[in-house]
Design a protein around this ligand. Structure first.
Ligand code: PGA
Length: 251
């Protein structure tokens, strides 16, 4: 399986800034993802079209939205449908990012609705899961991951192509804090996630990429990517600069 190298630009960059960063990436990568790597950059809605056009200069790379509403159209002020995302030239969407769960109050069930609807609308979905420090310290790690995976993957259409789904494990306490989980934490937690994925997804679980996210940077990306059950990384802060994200892609 190719390693999936994902960037999450969160609420950073206008359309012009996003297109500029993608152009810089294209130059640094000589127009192609390195052997064994696939690239996806999740960008704000307002930058999606320009970033997607610029990304056509990089073979093996695509763009995604950071959120989606689970309906084809309707009276949902401020929301964006899968068709709108696809019309911008993007093929992916993030669901369940911890900032949406914890700041915007999205429930596990709503995350599941978004995941299933986006997949049935032809988008590829990266479902994010992860525990808070309090949950980890209270011994709830496995319960939280199991609940987020079961509800997040509820109603995934049976005919979903295997390449359409990815899971990103991001411990909430390691996001944007500079605190990376230890290699032991990552190996142990990814083993739990894989076991739960097998239980929920059956045979396709082993072909479904399981990414790590949380303070990934050029200095630690290589060692994280070498760990068992790590099929890629989801990078926030260190993906905002083309140079730093390209170093991670090449790690
Ligand atoms: P970070 O963010 O790399 O800045 O910790 C990761 C994420 O939120 O996806």
């Amino acid at each position: 399986m190719k390693k999936l190298m994902a960037a999450n630009w969160k609420m950073y960059k206008t359309g012009a800034e996003a297109a500029e960063t993608v152009k810089e990436m294209a130059a640094l990568l000589n127009g192609t993802a390195p052997e064994g790597r696939e690239i996806v950059v999740f960008v704000p809605f307002t930058a999606l079209e320009r970033a997607s056009v610029a990304m056509t200069a990089v073979k093996g790379a695509s763009t995604g939205a950071e959120n989606v509403y689970p309906a084809a159209e309707g009276a949902f002020t401020g929301e964006i449908s899968p068709a709108m995302i696809r019309a911008c030239g993007a093929s992916w969407v993030l669901t369940g990012h911890s900032e949406r769960r914890h700041i915007l109050g999205e429930s596990d069930a709503f995350v599941g609705e978004k995941t299933a609807f986006a997949l049935s609308s032809g988008l590829r979905v990266m479902l994010c899961i992860g525990e808070t420090l309090e949950e980890r310290e209270s011994g709830l790690l496995r319960n939280v991951l199991e609940r987020q995976l079961r509800l997040g993957l509820k109603n995934v259409p049976a005919d979903t192509p295997v390449e359409a789904l990815a899971i990103a494990y991001e411990p909430v306490w390691a996001i944007g804090t500079g605190k990376t989980a230890t290699t032991e934490d990552i190996v142990e937690t990814h083993a739990i996630c894989r076991e739960l994925m097998r239980d929920i997804l059956g045979a396709r679980a082993d072909e479904t990429p399981l990414l790590y996210g949380g303070s990934v940077k050029p200095a630690n990306a290589g060692s994280i990517l070498a760990l068992d059950n790590v099929d890629g990384v989801l990078v926030g802060g260190a993906s905002l600069k083309a140079d730093s994200f390209t170093q991670i892609i090449n790690a």
